[in-house]
Ligand binder design. Structure first.
Ligand SMILES: Nc1ncnc2c1ncn2[C@@H]1O[C@H](COP(=O)(O)OP(=O)(O)OP(=O)(O)O)[C@@H](O)[C@H]1O
Ligand SMILES: [Mg+2]
Length: 249
């Protein structure tokens, strides 16, 4: 598997959990640093990866708008944004995490956003694998993060609403004209069988691949205790399944 993996889905279905485990699995497979992008304004991918995020791209954007005149002398706005992006990147041993933070408020952000897009593309080109954890809405995907994704993972739980949302997200991404490689629907937190009503919707959908992941007690416990997915045992059955997913995408 190579390139950009974008993860989307309804709130609370397990996007960040799966993103973190996938980042871990990709690093284990390739021994290369994976780029992690948290594109959810209520960011918590850092927590799932076990790192503290002090600064987001959103903070930088606000600062730059408020203090446009305070770009240090001798530095162009481009250099300043590039430098700030480095500050907003948390470097782990197996990943570099960039957190997008809150979206823009009212004001003219076009100039800043244009620079940002260039630098994001530039940064992404340096990595073999990029995993983007999106918010449920696809706003970020279209405007800021990417115009192309090699694999699109839409996560759902074992509910009608979850899977209907997944189908809607796929349609939306296709309508936005985003270039999409493979499409995978991940049914997560499934204990027992996939419900017939869910199965029917899945069968009528245009996802190329469907993967079912079990509800996992260790993941639940880690989440309750605020521990990261990097601490989960290598033998954990959910992690084993995510490793297979990483190899198949
Ligand atoms: N397979 C699983 N087994 C057990 N618990 C899970 C599993 N996947 C996710 N969870 C739990 O579900 C909750 C939501 O997960 P997570 O934060 O990853 O979802 P999300 O889709 O990123 O949510 P949000 O939309 O708020 O960003 C967490 O408590 C997480 O530990
Ligand atoms: Mg999340």
């Amino acid at each position: 598997m190579s390139g950009r993996v974008a993860i989307a889905g309804k709130g609370g279905v397990g996007k960040s959990t799966i993103a973190a485990l996938l980042i871990r699995a990709l690093h284990e497979r390739t021994d290369k640093v994976v780029m992690a992008v948290d594109a959810d304004p209520n960011s918590n991918l850092g927590e799932k990866l076990g790192v503290k995020v002090e600064r987001t791209i959103g903070d930088m954007r606000e600062d730059l708008l408020k203090k446009a005149d305070e770009v240090p002398a001798g530095q162009s706005k481009h250099d300043y944004v590039r430098y700030q992006m480095q500050l907003a990147t948390v470097e782990g041993s197996s990943f570099d995490l960039l957190t997008m933070g809150r979206p823009e408020g009212p004001g003219c952000y076009c100039f800043i956003n244009n620079i940002l897009r260039t630098f994001l593309d530039e940064a992404m080109d340096k990595y073999d694998h990029i995993v983007i954890d999106n918010e449920a809405g696809m706003e970020h995907l279209s405007r800021r993060t990417t115009k192309r994704m090699d694999a699109f993972l839409v996560i759902s739980d074992n509910t009608k609403t979850g899977v209907e949302t997944a189908v809607r997200i796929l349609k939306l991404a296709q309508e936005m004209g985003i270039e999409i490689g493979s499409t995978t629907l991940v049914l997560n937190k499934v204990s027992g069988d996939v419900y017939p009503i869910v199965k029917d919707i899945v069968q009528a959908s245009s996802f190329e691949q469907v993967v079912v992941l079990p509800f996992d007690r260790d993941v639940e416990k880690a989440s309750v205790e605020g521990r990261s997915m990097m601490e989960l045992s290598d033998a954990n059955s959910l992690y084993q399944k995510i490793k297979v997913l990483a190899s198949e995408l």
